[in-house]
Write a protein that binds this ligand. Structure first.
Ligand code: FPP
Length: 249
């Protein structure tokens, strides 16, 4: 993979610098099916999925994409077999511990969004450490949605706003898009321009429900572990051919 990575460095010539998405969001689907196809346990698919994520972070850095957000664990994923959930929690922790130095070297700023308070304590510690250590970095803003649900995010924002109104610190008329956004987990992060979902599923699956309002969607049949820089390049070429109207003519 290293040889492939060194070859990345420059943005492919057919991508127009001014039309690069500034924020790409990914639903990393198909890890389990990738593993099954090869007669491997599902967890091997998740392990390989981490490599894809690292590759995309590198592409973002090299090609001028400011932010990448990945859906690592949804609020619904607790319903998976216990050993898979446990494996994922350990994997997140291990990846953070193992990759933190490299994330620093690559100038990546990491942030976790979701209901983090119910995650294993040792994982919460690694999450906190990674966010604090990388807070001053100026490269790609990498957001990891963990125990994340779009509806839950909206509900907790509503609750926080309702409290302020109840306490008399806010008038209902002052509630608008900008104020609402400041109460979301992603506060301060521009909305994604492009959403990529792998493995052919055509669903949003409770991901960034508010933030994806005007995102362009790119869906590929490729399983997440097989999604590579060439596929990412194809998705970006496709994105650059779109005419974004934001509801206007
Ligand atoms: C979906 O595939 C994938 C996941 C639920 C987990 C993705 C997590 C990673 C790749 C690790 C990321 C790590 C960090 C620290 C950010 P699936 O299991 O639903 O696949 P299937 O649809 O084929 O069953």
């Amino acid at each position: 993979m290293t040889a492939k990575l060194t070859a990345l460095q420059h943005r492919p010539a057919d991508l127009i610098a001014e039309r690069m998405p500034q924020h790409v969001a990914v639903i990393m689907d198909g890890n389990g099916r990738w593993a099954k196809q090869r007669g491997l346990p599902r967890i091997m698919g998740h392990k390989r999925g981490v490599d894809t994520l690292k590759l995309l972070l590198r592409c973002c850095n090299d090609w001028g994409i400011g932010a990448l957000t990945a859906y690592a664990f949804s609020t619904e994923n607790w319903g998976r077999p216990e050993e898979e959930v446990e494996f994922l929690m350990v994997l997140f922790e291990r990846v953070l511990r193992r990759e933190l130095a490299e994330l620093m070297a690559e100038n990546v700023r990491i942030r976790f969004v979701g209901n983090l308070a119910v995650l294993p304590a040792s994982l919460q510690q690694e999450i906190e450490r990674s966010m604090v250590d990388t807070a001053q970095n100026t490269g790609v803003q990498f957001t990891v949605a963990t125990n994340y649900g779009g509806r839950q995010e909206i509900v907790q924002a509503c609750r926080a706003i309702a409290h302020q109104v109840k306490q008399g610190n806010l008038e209902p008329e002052e509630v608008n898009d900008a104020l609402f956004e400041r109460h979301l987990y992603t506060q301060g992060l521009a909305d994604p321009d492009l959403l990529i979902r792998t493995s052919g599923e055509m669903r949003i699956s409770n991901f960034l429900l508010w933030q994806l309002a005007y995102a362009e969607m790119y869906i590929t049949d490729t399983f997440w572990p097989d999604f590579d820089h060439e596929e990412f390049h194809r998705a970006l070429v496709n994105y650059q051919q779109r005419h974004r109207r934001f509801g206007k003519l």
